[in-house]
Design a protein around this ligand. Structure first.
Ligand code: KDG
Length: 308
């Protein structure tokens, strides 16, 4: 059985190593893949549901997941479509993504290609705004997966991960609203919600989410201001950890994966968020979404230092 089964698209990553220069380090990205690897590094039993191309990068991903202990029996290999790719560039305003992913193997997923058996053996199904934005058939696949999860008693976790290059804001708002109503755990960022609601006040944003019918636990991520846990009864502000970040790509995914992993270990929401904050902070200290994802020992070490 699995703690976490994630569904979405992995992307080969080419990450600029010096601002303004043309050198790129090849790594791995794709929000849900990042999250499931982060969870596996915290000791969770994980599987990933996706499709990759029958190409060198698809093979690299399969090797990566296997090395990380992520089950790949639900990964389909497509002979005709490629594995998706993105570039990360760094500038004064942080990082920016350029995508080469249209028509990718993962974007061609359909509800029929879903290995629902894996979801039915999981505690959490983890999906994101990106999983639903890459194509309409992927969006249908996410909703089919959510239904299968709930029918089997699994919980659904949703990270907003709004990428407006992938879909128009009106569609994103409508679909994310629908998905958040089905989420047992909803992990929106304040930046994403500001695009959807036009409002920059955290309390009003949480009201919007609740009024929209979200029934689960909501953790609203405020960046350097930490996060707020809304468990439906009360709201608790949690501080952020300060670090000298070099590349924040994948930090939110690390937060999601680490949070779910700790919930599966029995942590309270507050303890799980404190842990996930530390893990996410550590993940920004190196380049790339996956390579700098910390392991449990490093996170505990960091938590000890900050509480000392
Ligand atoms: O959260 C980081 C991801 O956004 C990155 O790895 C690339 O999955 C990606 C995407 O679609 O933006």
């Amino acid at each position: 059985d699995f703690d976490i089964v994630a569904l979405g698209e992995p992307l080969v990553e080419l990450n600029q190593t010096h601002e303004g220069q043309r050198q790129y380090l090849q790594g791995f990205g794709g929000d849900t893949s990042n999250a499931v690897i982060a969870a596996a590094r915290q000791g969770a039993r994980c599987a990933y549901l996706t499709r990759v191309g029958n190409d060198a990068f698809g093979k690299q991903f399969l090797d990566l997941w296997q090395a990380e202990g992520v089950d790949t029996s639900g990964v389909e290999v497509d002979d005709h479509a490629h594995t998706g790719l993105y570039f990360v560039q760094h500038g004064p305003d942080g990082h920016a993504f350029s995508y080469l992913r249209r028509g990718s193997a993962a974007s061609l997923m359909t509800p029929a290609s879903l290995d629902a058996g894996l979801i039915e053996r999981a505690r959490f199904l983890h999906v994101s705004g990106i999983s639903m934005a890459i194509s309409t058939s992927a969006c249908d696949t996410v909703f089919a997966a959510i239904e299968r999860a709930h029918a089997a008693g699994a919980q659904v976790s949703l990270d907003s991960n709004l990428r407006l290059r992938l879909w128009p804001v009106d569609r994103a708002r409508a679909i994310l609203r629908e998905a958040m109503r089905a989420a047992d755990v909803f992990l929106p960022s304040m930046d994403d919600m500001q695009h959807l609601t036009g409002n920059d006040d955290p309390e009003r944003t949480l009201d919007w989410i609740r009024d929209g019918g979200a029934p689960g636990v909501v953790v609203l991520k405020l960046g350097k201001d930490g996060s707020i846990i809304d468990d439906g009864r009360s709201r608790t502000a949690m501080p952020a950890l300060r670090v000298q970040a070099v590349d924040a790509t994948g930090a939110g995914d690390c937060f999601a994966g680490s949070l779910l992993a700790r919930r599966c270990q029995g942590d309270s929401w507050e303890d799980a968020v404190r842990y996930a904050n530390a893990a996410a902070a550590l993940s920004t200290l190196g380049y790339g979404a996956v390579d700098p994802l910390p392991r449990a020992e490093q996170v505990w070490e960091r938590l000890k230092e900050t509480s000392a």
